[in-house]
Design a protein. Structure first.
Length: 363
C-alpha cells in the first residue's frame, strides 16, 4: 500500500495559563502596543458583557449571548482584520463588531430586539449577526468568491462555534473554499459546549481543525485564551487569504464561562468543578500577568482604563435606553420589496392593535 495522504495539526501557544511564556515571542516591533490594545479591548468587552447581562436580568433587554471567556478570540479578530475585509459573524462577536466600528449602543439595540442596531453605516460591508447555526460560513464563501472574481486584495472572515462544525453548511463551505481556493478564514470558537452538548460527543475526530483536510485547506489549532497566539495565527491566516494563498480553518480552544445565553441555566447540565478549572485558564488575567512581567503594565494605567471603559459602557447604555422604540409595524418592513397581501394584513392588524393600546386593553 502507498500512503496517499498524511496530515498534522499544530497548536500555537505563547502563554501558559499562568501567563508565562512557553516559546520566544513573535518577532514584532509593535508587540507591546498591540498587546496593550488587546488588553484594553478585552476589559471593555467584559464590561460590556456584564452590563448587557444586567440589562437583560432587569427586563431592559432581550435574550443575550455572552462572550465571557471568548474575549481574546473576539478582540483579536477585531484588531487583526483590515477595515475593507468583511466580517461574517455569529452571535458571540460583539467585541469584534465594536472594534470594527459598530457603536456599543447599536449592539445593545439589536439585542434589545430593534433591528436598527444592524443598520449601522460604520459596519461598512460587514454582515449582521447570524443566529441560524453555521449558515454564515456559506455567506462568507459567497463574499470571498466576489472578492476573488474582482481580483481584490481583501478577504472574508467568519466565525462559528464547535457545534456549528457539525452542520452540513459548515462542511459545504469548507469544500467550496478549498475547491475555489477562496480568500476566507474560518474561525471556530471551540468553547467546549453547544448549549448542553459537550464537545466530546459532538464529533469523533480528536480536533475540529482536521476537518480542513477533507476540503484540502489549511487547518490549525490555537490557544483561544492566549491573545498573543490568537493575534499571530489570525494575522498569518488573513495575510495568506489576502495574498491569494488560500483559506485557513482556525480552531481556537476556549471555554464558555457563561450560560449559553441568558435564556439558559448551565448549572442544570455542567459540572461546577469543570467551570472552576476553566476560570484558571481565562484570557484576561493571563494577558495581564504577562504584561506585568514584561513591564508593559502598571496599576495607574489599569485603573484609568477601567474607569474609561466604565464611562464608555455607561454612555452606550444611556443612549440605548433613550432610543425611542419603533412602531410595532416596523417588524414587517424591509422583509420584502413588495409586501405580500398576507403580510400586509398582519401589519394592518398589528397597527390597529397597537393603537388600541396593545395587550393591556385587550377585549
Ligand atoms: C439551524 C439551527 N439549529 C439550531 C439552532 C439552535 N441553537 C442555537 S445555539 C446552538 C448551539 C451552538 O453551539 P456552538 O456552535 O458550539 O456555538 P456556541 O453557542 O457554543 O458559541 C443551537 C443548537 C439554531 N440557532 N440554528
Ligand atoms: Mg460551543
Amino acid at each position: 500500500m502507498e500512503r496517499t495522504f498524511q496530515g498534522e495539526i499544530y497548536l500555537t501557544r505563547y502563554l501558559d495559563s499562568q501567563g508565562t511564556l512557553v516559546q520566544p515571542l513573535p518577532d514584532n516591533p509593535q508587540l507591546a502596543e498591540q498587546l496593550q490594545s488587546c488588553y484594553r479591548n478585552m476589559i471593555l468587552a467584559r464590561a460590556l458583557d456584564t452590563k448587557a447581562i444586567a440589562l437583560q436580568r432587569t427586563g431592559q433587554m432581550g435574550t443575550y449571548a455572552s462572550m465571557l471567556g471568548a474575549e481574546a478570540i473576539d478582540v483579536t479578530i477585531g484588531l487583526c482584520m483590515q477595515l475593507d475585509d468583511v466580517l461574517v459573524p455569529y452571535y458571540r462577536n460583539h467585541a469584534s463588531q465594536h472594534i470594527r466600528g459598530a457603536a456599543m449602543e447599536d449592539l445593545l439595540l439589536y439585542w434589545g430586539g430593534d433591528e436598527r442596531g444592524n443598520a449601522n453605516p460604520a459596519m461598512n460591508q460587514d454582515f449582521p449577526n447570524c443566529v441560524p447555526i453555521a449558515t454564515q460560513a456559506l455567506h462568507a464563501c459567497g463574499v470571498a468568491s466576489a472578492m476573488k472574481i474582482r481580483g481584490e486584495k481583501r478577504c472574508a472572515l467568519t466565525v462559528c462555534g464547535d457545534g456549528g462544525t457539525s452542520k452540513g453548511d459548515f462542511m459545504e463551505a469548507l469544500n467550496i473554499a478549498g475547491a475555489w481556493q477562496l480568500p476566507v478564514v474560518f474561525v471556530v470558537n471551540n468553547n467546549q459546549w453547544a448549549i448542553s452538548v459537550p464537545r466530546a460527543i459532538q464529533c469523533g475526530a480528536p480536533t475540529l481543525a482536521q476537518k480542513a483536510f477533507s476540503a484540502g485547506i489549511r487547518g490549525e489549532q490555537v490557544d483561544g485564551n492566549d491573545a498573543i497566539a490568537m493575534h499571530e495565527v489570525l494575522s498569518r491566516a488573513l495575510d495568506r487569504a489576502r495574498e491569494g494563498k488560500g483559506p485557513t480553518l482556525i480552531e481556537a480552544l476556549s471555554y464558555r464561562l457563561s450560560d449559553h445565553t441568558t435564556a439558559d441555566d448551565a448549572t442544570r447540565y455542567r459540572d461546577n468543578e469543570e467551570l472552576k478549572t476553566a476560570w484558571e485558564r481565562e484570557p484576561i488575567k493571563r494577558l495581564q500577568t504577562f504584561l506585568h512581567q514584561q513591564g508593559w503594565w502598571d496599576e495607574a494605567q489599569e485603573k484609568a482604563w477601567h474607569s474609561e471603559v466604565a464611562r464608555m459602557v455607561q454612555g452606550a447604555v444611556e443612549r440605548y435606553l433613550n432610543t425611542t422604540a419603533q412602531p410595532v409595524e416596523a417588524m414587517f418592513d424591509h422583509l420584502y420589496e413588495e409586501m405580500p397581501a398576507s403580510v400586509q394584513e398582519q401589519r394592518d392588524w398589528a397597527q390597529v392593535k397597537a393603537m388600541k393600546g396593545g395587550s393591556h386593553h385587550e377585549s
